[in-house]
Design a protein around this ligand. Structure first.
Ligand SMILES: O=P(O)(O)OC[C@H]1O[C@H](O)[C@H](O)[C@@H](O)[C@@H]1O
Length: 449
């Protein structure tokens, strides 16, 4: 695998000469705080050295559990929200066949995988129960806190289904819980019932947990090679371990984000040209949104899938409010390709492209769009990767995690907490009538009248 290369020539006209270099001392300090573990949120830095500290016994256990799941079900449900599902979903979408869930069980030698527990929609839940009605089902319930409402609601319903279908004992063999080693409702239940469990360490926050069992078990069930993912992350670890950002593309990305933010480009739009990267952007949005959006500051992370969204959001990016910059993920050698046939009538006028491949057309769309957006006042940063593979996934994960830590420190926030997420929960619990929230309930209900 060759490395990720950051290219900012289509952003350089928005930069003054020497502007990036002026950030060098601040980057050095952020780097020091991250590696010495002296900065804000330093009890959540377990992810920094993780690619080099993988527990081989745990990896073996994950692989064996994944094999057991593959053999014993048609449908594998992964219950989790936020950091407890986005990384695994990003990996599986990136690395699997586009229609992997539709391909037959025999052909894929892996169950259909569905990520659930990310909403509180009765319709969704009812439809899910219809989907699994006559299927052999196994479940990985993932929650670091063990108390998050969405996955807890889904798990309660699905657990009931499993116990009815397989009996209490049978259901136990079909549930794997990934949670805290000692705290929380899920840990208590898992211990009480005797579920197979995997641990999320205290010093790794949910959005930084994709290289732990949180991400690795579902990814292994999909058939992807988790050793290669870790290898990719370990290569990134070595590539980005120096504080001097001249050759450190990860730190350059953090610096560019900070410079554009200060220039009023307060929205970063992540763009891809491969549908399989859609969920990588979703994962990235949580990583950066929760890490930086606090104390009334932070870039707003947005994402688009091109060329699809050129027909919906393209107008805004080209011509709307100039508060955007774009980060484009460019894949040099996509996995597959197909040529455009000649057509005798040529009614669609595409014969000038006959014999050319779809990827060739896509590449020209990328180049044309990038230049147009740059001309329209949107700086473009390009993250070049050579291929879509397990290694490049692991590499990208570590690249974005490390850049996020540095970027958060440059911004002057604690990138490893998310206090703001609690506010809606408090209101929801009060309105639901949870014990201890009686006063708030009354106040909120008055406001809703
Ligand atoms: O894994 P859990 O404890 O269930 O948390 C799942 C997610 O929900 C929370 O509300 C946090 O905002 C996220 O950072 C977290 O990833």
């Amino acid at each position: 695998m060759s490395k990720l290369r950051l290219d900012y020539k289509n952003a350089s006209s928005f930069l003054k000469e020497g502007e990036m270099e002026m950030m060098a001392p601040f980057v050095k300090e952020a780097h020091r705080q991250l590696h010495d573990k002296t900065g804000a949120g330093n009890d959540f830095l377990g992810w920094v050295d993780l690619p080099k500290q993988i527990d081989e016994d745990e990896i073996q256990d994950l692989k064996e559990t994944a094999e057991r799941i593959k053999k014993n079900c048609d449908v594998f449900l992964v219950i989790g929200i936020g950091g407890s599902y986005l990384g695994a979903k990003a990996a599986i979408e990136m690395l699997s066949h586009t229609f992997h869930n539709e391909l037959s069980h025999e052909r894929r030698k892996a169950p259909q995988i569905h990520f659930v527990g990310q909403n509180i929609s009765g319709t969704y839940m009812k439809h899910l129960m219809e989907l699994i009605e006559n299927k052999e089902v196994m479940v990985n319930v993932i929650s670091k806190s063990g108390t998050t409402t969405e996955p807890a609601v889904a798990f309660r319903i699905i657990r009931g289904f499993l116990e009815e279908k397989y009996g209490k004992e049978g259901a136990k063999q079909r549930i794997i819980a990934t949670t805290d080693k000692s705290k929380g409702a899920l840990r208590t239940l898992a211990d009480q019932e005797g579920y197979k469990t995997f641990v999320i360490e205290d010093d790794i926050g949910g959005r930084f947990s994709v290289l732990t069992p949180v991400g690795l078990l579902p990814i292994a069930v999909s058939g992807a090679d988790i050793d290669e993912i870790i290898k990719g992350a370990a290569i990134a670890y070595d590539d980005f371990k120096n504080s001097d950002f001249k050759d450190n593309h990860c730190y350059q990305y953090a610096v560019l984000r900070n410079i554009f933010y200060r220039k009023g480009k307060t929205v970063e739009v992540m763009a891809n040209y491969e549908p399989s990267l859609n969920y990588l952007s979703e994962w990235w949005k949580q990583l950066y949104g929760e890490s930086e959006g606090k104390d009334h500051k932070g870039l707003f992370p947005a994402s688009v899938n091109f060329t699809t969204d050129l027909h919906s959001m393209g107008q805004y990016i080209q011509d709307g409010l100039r508060n955007l910059f774009e980060t484009v993920i460019k894949v040099k050698n996509p996995k597959e390709d197909i040529a455009l046939p000649t057509d005798e009538q040529d009614l669609d006028g595409l014969n000038y492209l006959a014999g050319k491949t779809v990827n060739f057309i896509n590449e020209k769309a990328l180049q044309g769009t990038m230049l147009a957006h740059t001309d329209g006042g949107v700086p473009n940063i390009v993250l070049n990767i050579d291929e879509i593979s397990e290694q490049s996934f692991g590499y990208l994960v570590y690249f974005f995690e490390k850049a996020c830590g540095i970027s958060g420190y440059l911004l002057g926030v604690n990138p490893f907490d998310q206090p703001g997420v609690e506010d809606y929960k408090k209101n929801m619990f009060a309105l639901l009538g949870k014990k201890g929230f009686e006063k708030e309930k009354e106040k909120l209900e008055n406001r809703l009248k």
